[in-house]
Design a protein around this ligand. Structure first.
Ligand SMILES: *[C@@H]1O[C@H](CO)[C@@H](O)[C@H](O)[C@H]1NC(C)=O
Ligand SMILES: *[C@@H]1O[C@H](CO)[C@@H](O)[C@H](O)[C@H]1NC(C)=O
Ligand SMILES: *[C@@H]1O[C@H](CO)[C@@H](O)[C@H](O)[C@H]1NC(C)=O
Ligand SMILES: *[C@@H]1O[C@H](CO)[C@@H](O)[C@H](O)[C@H]1NC(C)=O
Ligand SMILES: *[C@@H]1O[C@H](CO)[C@@H](O)[C@H](O)[C@H]1NC(C)=O
Ligand SMILES: *[C@@H]1O[C@H](CO)[C@@H](O)[C@H](O)[C@H]1NC(C)=O
Ligand SMILES: *[C@@H]1O[C@H](CO)[C@@H](O)[C@H](O)[C@H]1NC(C)=O
Ligand SMILES: *[C@@H]1O[C@H](CO)[C@@H](O)[C@H](O)[C@H]1NC(C)=O
Ligand SMILES: *[C@@H]1O[C@H](CO)[C@@H](O)[C@H](O)[C@H]1NC(C)=O
Ligand SMILES: *[C@@H]1O[C@H](CO)[C@@H](O)[C@H](O)[C@H]1NC(C)=O
Ligand SMILES: *[C@@H]1O[C@H](CO)[C@@H](O)[C@H](O)[C@H]1NC(C)=O
Length: 554
């Protein structure tokens, strides 16, 4: 269980001060950080240190009160030159927890000359206040609220979502789901820390980053930053809000900030985020076929990549048919699809997924289809995103443009169009944070809407993967194009989400040369390969997969 009581208590205290009951002075960012051992309950590497940092809730109205950010630091291993800040994405991913797993890589990629600092941004984690956004007391309450809806079951479809019965079944639920999402929005707004929703968002977090750099590296110091995934939105907003503060900045797994700020991200245009997702899926079944049953239990001996794909599609079809026949089956094709979508992010988890999770899914679906009813289901993973917090939704929707009047029917039609035209495999994965935005109760008090081509103090490094399931290479290219000669574009010729998804000494060398010496590669687009000794499946590396991927429409 999450420490709901602690959170509620902290939020209550903060809100009292926000109302002026505890002083009523103007909130200012802290100017120093007291580092000490991290709370043992976090279970972090003892090489990391932790601290807190006070910032104004609203930089434009400092009498509203203060927020408190939880920080984490990995010390420089060489003579310290300053700080490199890191945001791991999500949004909603805890920087404190993430740095525990990535500090070694980041120290290596920065030559050891910088402290690496991350933090739980406002709206994230259990130590930052306001922290994770809650709308229900428990997972059980969420399940009761959404009982019998696609929120828990996922969307049932096959192929590229052209079957008329599937389309009709989805559209028939638009009224129910709209009512649920409107109800959810009211719950989030009225929940204990709902009043903070307007102070959670990327513009305020960009100001927090500037204040943190002031405190750690000196007032007005250049800001060094590595942003991954959503962290690239934070990076794009930061470098354009504070162009004179730009130090060494790496954006990796890039979202196009212009599209993010100008489109209705609940509708089909946003489906472009999935434009390479099916290619990543092809990489998975190709690698699986190359590995064979010893390395990938989805494959049978002698199968081609297309055979493996057919077996996966057959399981989805069987789960789909079972769910159509009985709406209460425990494992639906929609749930499997959402799970597969998550699996696409990390090729280094494909072997584990194929050899441990997949056989369970097969048994579950067989049980549903009457193949063997004796086995009780063991895998109880609901559709993704059912943890208690709604932090990702709060940040994404708080940042997004004002509601355009789109209703749930429009959202569903967008999903069908995305499945038709962009990603047959993942267009229908539900739920997803952007779908809440038309109904979300409030936008952030500040949003940065551009321009995104400011003349920045230092050139930045922009990295995209050839096939990334969530942030296609086109996003990196768009940001680099917008910044002109203030950005250098690098492509990692690999799969998965951000360059951290597959190891590449080439990528690490480029980041290190930039961070240590300020040197950037020349030319319009530099290409890096994934390390050849990295095995995606046993005995199968990334270049093997590229050479064998079939050119097909799934
Ligand atoms: C942090 O990293 C250490 C060492 O790598 C590991 O043992 C520990 O489980 C990690 N903690 C968390 C919370 O992930
Ligand atoms: C990190 O560096 C600071 C300042 O030099 C020092 O006080 C602290 O003990 C170091 N932390 C660790 C874990 O080595
Ligand atoms: C969901 O609804 C069914 C009946 O439609 C009921 O049996 C079940 O207990 C409900 N589940 C939850 C978690 O409320
Ligand atoms: C959304 O709007 C369209 C057009 O006005 C309407 O046909 C549809 O019924 C609406 N859907 C919902 C869920 O209200
Ligand atoms: C539908 O599936 C549920 C859950 O597995 C099961 O309890 C129920 O008996 C099934 N209903 C029918 C009509 O088969
Ligand atoms: C059902 O599963 C049980 C235990 O796994 C097995 O012994 C039995 O042979 C299976 N029955 C059928 C019809 O597959
Ligand atoms: C998707 O394709 C259909 C025709 O198959 C077309 O009507 C629709 O406009 C397309 N949608 C997008 C978003 O490109
Ligand atoms: C959907 O897939 C079918 C069969 O593969 C194909 O014929 C059709 O053109 C596809 N539809 C769209 C809108 O792409
Ligand atoms: C940014 O783009 C706008 C519109 O395309 C253009 O007018 C402006 O000159 C550009 N600014 C810079 C600094 O390049
Ligand atoms: C930085 O430049 C120095 C001098 O040219 C060179 O020796 C060193 O290897 C470079 N470091 C990196 C990380 O590129
Ligand atoms: C990886 O791929 C390359 C190119 O096909 C091949 O030469 C090499 O042997 C492979 N390495 C390993 C460790 O499998």
């Amino acid at each position: 269980m999450k420490p709901l009581h602690a959170l509620f208590y902290a939020a209550t205290l903060l809100f009292e001060s926000a109302l002026g009951l505890r002083g009523g002075t103007a909130a200012q960012p802290d100017t120093t950080v007291q580092w000490s051992a991290c709370d043992p309950s976090l279970g972090l590497d003892p090489m990391l240190q932790c601290g807190f940092f006070k910032v104004p809730l609203d930089y434009h109205n400092r009498f509203i009160g203060s927020a408190q950010l939880a920080l984490v630091k990995a010390n420089a291993t060489q003579k310290r030159r300053g700080t490199v800040f890191m945001n791991p994405g999500g949004p909603g991913v805890s920087g404190v927890t993430d740095l525990n797993g990535t500090s070694a890589l980041l120290l290596d990629q920065t030559g050891g000359y910088y402290d690496i600092v991350s933090w739980d941004p406002r709206g994230v984690g259990s130590l930052t206040v306001p922290g994770d956004v809650f709308c229900f007391d428990s997972l059980e309450d969420i399940q009761a609220f959404f009982n019998g809806t696609i929120e828990l079951q996922g969307i049932e479809m096959t192929g590229n979502f052209t079957d008329a019965a599937d389309i009709q079944a989805l559209l028939a639920q638009a009224g129910t789901m709209q009512q649920k999402y409107e109800g959810l929005a009211q719950r989030c707004w009225q929940y204990s820390d709902g009043k903070y929703l307007q102070y959670i968002g990327t513009a305020a977090t960009a100001r927090d980053l500037a204040a943190l750099a002031d405190a750690l590296d000196g007032p007005g110091s250049p800001v060094n930053y590595i942003g991954l995934s959503y962290g690239t939105i934070l990076g794009s907003w930061f470098i354009n809000m504070f162009p004179e503060r730009v130090g060494h900045v790496v954006l990796d797994g890039v979202v196009d900030p212009i599209k993010f700020g100008t489109e209705d991200i609940a509708l089909s245009g946003w489906g472009m985020q999935l434009s390479d997702a099916d290619r990543v899926y092809e990489a998975l079944f190709t690698g699986c076929a190359l590995a064979g049953p010893e390395g990938c239990s989805i494959a049978s001996a002698g199968q081609t990549p297309l055979d493996v794909n057919q077996d996966i599609q057959a399981l989805l079809q069987a789960a789909h048919d079972a769910a159509r026949a009985n709406a209460s089956v425990p494992t639906t094709s929609g749930q499997i699809r959402s799970l597969l979508r998550e699996v696409m992010y990390s090729p280094n988890s494909w072997g584990l997924f194929a050899n441990t999770v997949w056989p369970q899914l097969v048994q579950e679906v067989q049980a549903e289809t009457g193949g063997n009813m004796t086995r009780r289901s063991t895998l109880r993973k609901p559709a993704e995103n059912l943890g208690v917090p709604y932090s990702a939704e709060a940040i994404i929707c708080g940042d997004s443009k004002d509601p355009t009047g789109a209703n749930m029917t429009d959202v569903f039609n967008g999903i069908i169009a995305t499945s038709n035209n962009i990603s047959a495999m993942f267009g229908a994965a539900w739920p997803f944070a952007t779908y809440y935005c038309p109904f979300w109760p409030i936008r952030a008090v500040e949003r940065y809407e551009g321009p995104f081509n400011k003349s920045i103090a230092h050139s930045i490094l922009v990295i995209g993967n050839t096939f990334d399931p969530a942030t296609p290479f086109s996003g990196a290219k768009a940001v680099a194009d917008e910044l002109g000669n203030h950005a250098i574009l690098v492509r990692l010729n690999g799969f998965g989400h951000t360059s951290q998804a597959e190891p590449s000494a080439c990528i690490s060398d480029i980041i290190r040369a930039y961070m240590v010496n300020g040197t950037l590669p020349q030319g319009d687009e530099t290409v890096c390969e994934v390390d050849e000794d990295f095995e995606v499946f046993s005995g199968v590396n990334t270049s093997d997969i590229f050479r064998n991927m079939p050119a097909i429409d799934i």
